[in-house]
Design a protein around this ligand. Structure first.
Ligand code: ZN
Length: 305
């Protein structure tokens, strides 16, 4: 038995297929006929297409539930934002980001709240752009098809094949929110994870580009290839304070981060040690300090052997 929404989408696809088939067979019955069919088909499809605003409202509720669980375990709980449901708190839920005291967690809490707020507003913006793009693509497909129909009608089988393509595209558009949800699934968790990572005092992070970014339409992450291997530094870290390193491509907190943009599968590799940095990021003082540390290391092993 199919889900009622699936049945509804199939019914809409069948109805629009019949309208387009009639137009192909009989041709334009009046000068405004084609425009009327186009408006009717679009109306049918859009009536079953979730709005970006509603989707963002649902996401905000899911985020608040997720934040509640983060507060409950004082860390990132096992599971993802979409798996946290309404109802009694999960008794066995534990943090997978280590133990934080209540005092430590309270320092982090305002940042967590700000992250959730930022994530929900970004979500609405991205959902609006993504939905608008999908609607434009479908409208274009429909317009192109209608324009090709001869005014007197035709029995050319090629048009029937095209109608099948349009029906599939209509079903995809009516489910845009599902694909969008999948693309955004790791976004909030990744942002929250970043806050917990800062607790371990990294000094920088290397951006690792993921080729799969290019498979997402529209290409929101088209500039991420340029970020591959760029190093972003943590503001006020101990090596910067001591003048051992420079700021690289910029500070993490003032730069984009992986997974924030729609469809981004890039990653940060956090660095915790001066010796992990490329030489270009070290100051002269940093290079001297590292040479000194290496000498000490060799002496120690020399003495121990
Ligand atoms: Zn990316």
């Amino acid at each position: 038995m199919y889900h009622p929404e699936t049945i509804k989408r199939r019914e809409v696809a069948r109805n629009l297929g019949e309208s387009l088939a009639a137009l192909v067979k009989r041709g334009h019955e009046s000068p405004t006929h084609a425009a009327q069919v186009k408006a009717q088909v679009l109306g049918l499809v859009l009536a079953e297409t979730q709005s970006a605003e509603q989707l963002a409202r649902d996401y905000e509720k899911a985020c608040k539930r997720y934040l509640k669980t983060v507060i409950q375990v004082r860390g990132i709980p096992f599971g993802t934002v979409v798996s946290i449901r309404d109802g009694p708190e999960e008794p066995g839920l534990v943090s997978c980001t280590g133990d934080l005291s209540k005092k430590e967690f309270n320092v982090l809490l305002p940042h967590l709240k700000a992250t959730v707020t930022g994530s929900t507003s970004r979500y609405l913006d991205q959902a609006s752009r993504y939905r608008a793009y999908q609607v434009t693509q479908f409208t274009q497909l429909l317009e192109d098809f209608i324009q090709r129909i001869p005014p007197q009608g035709t029995r050319d089988k090629e048009f029937s094949k095209q109608i099948t393509v349009i029906k599939t595209a209509a079903k995809d558009l009516m489910q845009w929110d599902r694909l969008f949800g999948i693309l955004k699934q790791t976004s909030l968790v990744s942002d929250i994870d970043y806050l917990f990572k800062l607790r371990d005092n990294p000094i920088a992070a290397i951006w690792h580009y993921n080729q799969m970014d290019e498979d997402v339409e529209p290409p929101f992450t088209s500039k991420h290839r340029e970020l591959d291997h760029k190093i972003f530094t943590v503001r006020g870290n101990v090596c910067i304070e001591r003048g051992l390193m420079n700021t690289g491509a910029g500070f993490i907190d003032a730069s984009p981060r992986p997974k924030q943009e729609l469809g981004c599968l890039c990653d940060f590799q956090y660095l915790y040690n001066l010796r992990d940095l490329p030489e270009a990021l070290l100051t002269e003082k940093g290079k001297r300090e590292l040479r000194g540390a290496n000498r000490g290391w060799r002496r120690w092993f020399g003495a121990a052997s």
